[in-house]
Design a protein. Structure first.
Length: 303
């Protein structure tokens, strides 16, 4: 009885800071922060005039929204993680009791407060991003179980909504039609990146009944689809940049795309083996193209 009481009291103790940081997975904050900075660049607003919004936005899309999404995901996956990854903070007991859920709830509230103090459009984007974060992992929707809705939700939030947030935070207004067109195209292309991310768990997805595209279509077909989805939106970006008289940047994006095509040829030879390699190479070219396009939209150096 004394042992049970001791364990119950221990479970009620607040987790250590380092365990909370591990739960929020700072390494995952980089993609949305990069997209946010692309949004900042695309707005073409001097940083000196809006630096408080810049700082608030980085905190918002990184630790608050993205970090919260990681906490939500780990909380609702805690039973699976107890089998597959028992060393994680929640299944290991380092974040015990209901603290995993409370961290997700507190993060949601903090994100909404920061967004509300920033801009109405930032607040709207944050509400949508948080809704996707909960819908992705939490029942009854659990979008992550779908090979279509799961990657779509992550691509839209990681690329599109964070780009939107950066542009809106800097301009203090709804982004221009050009910015909206570009961020939607790069969000569509990111669906392919998210599909490639599912390759690492294809065996587990099949065992758990998660209908990721690699699990349902097969690795080879899913890899080919991912490549097409990444290429087509970038072709559209090149066409739009040419139409808007950004010839130099259009040429840069086209060159980066040719580089990706060369890397895709190797990826498709053995997708399971080469996906991590492609994520470090081809995906890097993709996000560099995002930044180049953003600089063109923002009129940096007359590009």
């Amino acid at each position: 009885m004394a042992r049970v009481t001791t364990l119950s009291l221990a479970a009620a103790q607040p987790p250590r800071f380092r365990d909370v940081v591990e739960l929020l997975k700072p390494i995952t904050w980089f993609p949305p922060i990069w997209a946010f900075l692309c949004g900042v660049a695309s707005a073409g607003i001097p940083l000196s005039s809006r630096w408080p919004f810049l700082i608030a936005g980085i905190a918002l899309v990184g630790p608050l929204v993205c970090g919260t999404s990681q906490a939500v995901n780990d909380w609702f996956d805690r039973h699976v993680d107890a089998i597959n990854e028992p060393g994680r903070p929640i299944p290991s007991g380092r974040i015990a009791g209901q603290w995993g859920l409370w961290i997700a709830v507190i993060g949601t509230g903090a994100a909404l407060l920061v967004a509300a103090a920033t801009d109405r459009w930032v607040f709207a984007a944050t509400c949508l991003g948080l809704a996707f974060a909960w819908a992705y992992s939490a029942p009854p929707l659990r979008l992550k179980q779908s090979g279509i809705w799961g990657p779509s939700a992550v691509a839209l939030t990681y690329e599109g909504l964070t780009w939107f947030t950066g542009a809106a935070a800097m301009a203090g207004a709804f982004p221009s039609r050009r910015i909206m067109a570009i961020l939607l195209l790069y969000s569509a292309g990111a669906f392919g990146i998210m599909t490639l991310n599912d390759f690492k768990a294809v065996a587990g997805d099949r065992a758990m009944g998660i209908r990721s595209l690699p699990a349902t279509l097969g690795v080879d077909r899913a890899a080919r689809l991912a490549c097409v989805v990444m290429v087509v939106p970038q072709c559209a970006v090149v066409a739009l940049l040419l139409h808007w008289q950004h010839q130099l940047v259009a040429a840069v994006i086209a060159a980066l795309l040719v580089g990706q095509l060369a890397l895709m040829a190797r990826l498709l030879r053995d997708p399971l083996r080469f996906t991590p390699w492609y994520n470090a190479t081809g995906t890097s070219l993709y996000v560099l193209g995002m930044l180049a396009t953003a600089l063109a939209l923002g009129g940096v150096l007359g590009l």
